[in-house]
Design a protein around this ligand. Structure first.
Ligand SMILES: NC(=O)c1ccc[n+]([C@@H]2O[C@H](COP(=O)([O-])OP(=O)(O)OC[C@H]3O[C@@H](n4cnc5c(N)ncnc54)[C@H](O)[C@@H]3O)[C@@H](O)[C@H]2O)c1
Length: 257
């Protein structure tokens, strides 16, 4: 997918979808900054990448902190010279019905999933915009891919915080596309339905599994490998004329059955 030598920051890439993106990026020759709030998993992804002959470093910290966002970019520049692609993947869920949801649950989900996305985009601004100013005719001076969810538009019972966060991510994606289009920086999002990861372990229990599967047109849950190719495409030169787009990779969950 032509991401060779591109420097890619992937937030929350110690597990799940982020980890699969990190491995695929490295396999394709990209240099990867693996971020996670959990040290062990981040270092083990870096190890896995090195074992396949790839290049990666870990930057530990929460994307809900501005310092982490700054450090991600600083370390990318120090180790690999620049940043070309930012994949805002880190997010958490704290489910509760509306009347039971606490301010802490609301704040945590929005701090990680929404403010964290804003912080990381703000942190790459100097590099992406400067490259845009220096190369006004280039077809791409940076790519941003934000991970959202079908829940952004359909809503989700027991997840008012998460669906608001993910709807906000779509707004961030569109605003960035508009503001930075003149610098030839692409900003897109991908919306997943249900992917089998730690995040969905609790809903994919015997009680709920059929209810959810029946909402998916293709009638199966995604593995992380199902969702990575779309992200690879949006990161590649083939997507140089795509911006402000939300790509649903949901097995048709977004149109319902
Ligand atoms: N799994 C699904 O069905 C599904 C559906 C729609 C959207 N998504 C989105 O896909 C993305 C990846 O989800 P996943 O299923 O792989 O989740 P996951 O829980 O398996 O992995 C998320 C990773 O992010 C890390 N993380 C959590 N808080 C962080 C923080 N503050 N800073 C940095 N890292 C942090 C976690 O430690 C974890 O390793 C998320 O944006 C999620 O909302 C997932």
């Amino acid at each position: 997918m032509q991401v060779e030598n591109q420097v890619v920051i992937i937030t929350g890439s110690g597990r799940g979808i982020g980890r699969s993106i990190a491995l695929e990026m490295a396999q394709a020759g990209a240099k990867v900054i693996v971020n996670d709030i959990d040290e062990d998993v981040a270092f083990s992804v870096v190890e896995e990448i090195k074992q396949i002959g790839g290049e990666a470093i870990a930057v530990i910290g929460s994307v809900a902190e501005w310092n982490t966002a700054e450090q991600l970019v600083e370390m990318a520049v120090k180790e690999f010279g620049t940043v070309n692609i930012l994949i805002n993947n880190a997010a958490v869920t704290r489910p509760a019905m509306i009347d039971k949801m606490t301010e802490e649950q609301w704040d945590l989900v929005n701090d990680v999933g929404l403010k964290g996305v804003f912080y990381c985009i703000k942190a790459v601004a100097p590099i992406f915009k400067e490259r845009g100013k220096q190369n006004p005719e280039a077809l791409s001076n940076g790519k941003i891919i934000n991970i959202t969810s079908v829940a952004a538009l359909t809503g989700s019972i027991g997840q008012i915080n998460y669906s608001a966060t993910k709807a906000g991510v779509v707004g961030i994606t569109m605003s960035t596309a508009r503001e930075w289009g003149k610098y030839r920086i692409q900003s897109n999002a991908v919306a997943f339905g249900i992917v089998e990861t730690r995040m969905t372990e609790t809903i994919l229990t015997e009680k709920f599994v059929d209810i959810y599967k029946n909402k998916i047109v293709l009638n199966r849950f995604a593995k992380t490998d199902d969702v990575v190719p779309g992200i690879m495409f949006l990161s590649s030169p083939g997507a140089n004329y795509i911006t402000g787009h939300v790509l649903n990779i949901s097995g048709g969950y977004h149109i319902g059955v």
